[in-house]
Design a protein around this ligand. Structure first.
Ligand code: WQD
Length: 335
């Protein structure tokens, strides 16, 4: 019971999860179409763990290829990361997002049902909550109408999975990530910067490296501690470890219901200015930034209530914001 398919396993969160799976003795098979990753990540993972995952260059939109993979490979569980995840891009290209994030999920679940693979971990997001009415955000917070096609694909994805667990032996866990940041301590894997970074931390790191002239802080008039928006920044290694715990929960039938959701965050909110101050402290680099208007679609604040994950999974984040920002800087310096 230890062969696991990781879709998107060469991506940012996927690659860190593959390392932790291998550290725990799992045999890992990776499907990745390299649309948001590069093949050298495979060697980097191998150099960290001294175990080379099996890699399949398959696009999950190709149903025949997905069927062939499952015909040829017996796995005990699936961790599904492969999806498009840029909020702004999803507004411009909704059909591409629905095809890539929903169509592929359906193909995966069809094959899992056909081959009686009953352990499924789904990469979900705190985006499903929109701007929550209460903070910290619990798993029972209302799911708000999605503010982007990307967020909608996460909401719909969870609903599809729940429906399948109702009519089959599928056991599934959706992990609702807050803001994943940082990099592996080896600085061999991290968040690959493809194009101009949309997310805060890669942009901060590239500004410090002189690749970007200055960071624009989107909004300084929010009703927060210093006017800048608040998020729950979780170290990607802590996040990766949550996946192994969740998968083991299913493999050992410890789940309480067939479909479970868990918020995976630190439980602490930090503003953009607090992030900048922390980055400058741990790196000794002065960051060049300016305060500009809010970014369309951004929410004021989000941070997790992690009580359920702490209690049910026995998981909590161990690494700090400082740890994550220093690791992001060390990773940036290798690029
Ligand atoms: C964080 C904060 C920005 C860039 C998104 C997705 C979410 C998840 C994580 C996939 C915000 C501010 C940012 C910049 C800035 N992705 N910012 N200047 O928007 O919280 O979440 O990424 O699952 O689903 O919604 O993350 O890193 O883009 O922004 O001031 O150049 O940093 O306004 O307050 P976000 P982010």
């Amino acid at each position: 019971m230890n062969k696991v398919l990781v879709t998107g396993g060469l991506g940012f969160i996927g690659s860190h999860t593959v390392v932790e799976l291998q550290n725990e003795g799992f045999e890992v098979l990776i499907i990745d179409n390299l649309s948001n990753s590069t093949i050298d990540v495979l060697d980097k993972i191998t150099s960290i763990t001294n175990k080379k995952p099996s890699y399949f260059n398959i696009d999950l939109k190709n149903k025949a290829d997905v069927q062939h993979f499952f015909k040829e490979n017996k796995v005990d569980g699936v961790i599904h990361f492969a999806a498009s995840k840029a909020v702004g891009e999803s507004v411009e290209k909704p059909l591409e997002y629905y095809e890539n994030n929903i169509g592929t999920l359906v193909y995966l679940l069809q094959e899992m049902k056909a081959y009686k693979i009953t352990n499924f971990i789904f990469s979900s997001s705190c985006t499903v909550y929109g701007q929550a009415d209460e903070l910290p955000i619990t798993e029972s917070a209302p799911i708000k109408p999605a503010e982007s096609p990307y967020g909608n694909t996460k909401q719909i994805g969870e609903e599809i999975i729940k429906d399948v667990t109702n009519i089959s032996n599928l056991k599934a866990i959706a992990l609702r990530y807050f803001n994943p940041i940082g990099a592996h301590e080896s600085a061999k894997i991290g968040e690959l910067p493809i194009g101009v970074p949309q997310n805060l931390i890669p942009y901060v790191a590239q500004t410090a490296a002189g690749i970007r002239k200055e960071l624009s802080v989107f909004g300084s008039d929010y009703p927060t501690i210093d006017g800048t928006a608040v998020r729950d920044y979780i170290h990607v290694v802590d996040l990766a470890k949550a996946h192994i715990i969740a998968l083991s929960r299913l493999i050992h039938n410890k789940n309480k219901t067939a479909f479970e959701v868990f918020n995976i965050g630190t439980g602490k909110g930090n503003s953009v200015l607090e992030v900048i101050k922390s980055f400058e402290k741990v790196t000794g680099k002065k960051l060049n930034y300016k305060l500009v208007d809010r970014r369309e679609g951004d929410i004021t604040a989000a941070y997790a209530d992690t009580a359920v994950a702490n209690k049910e999974l026995g998981w909590s984040s161990k690494l700090t914001l400082d740890d994550a920002l220093l690791s992001a800087w060390k990773w940036q310096q290798t690029l």
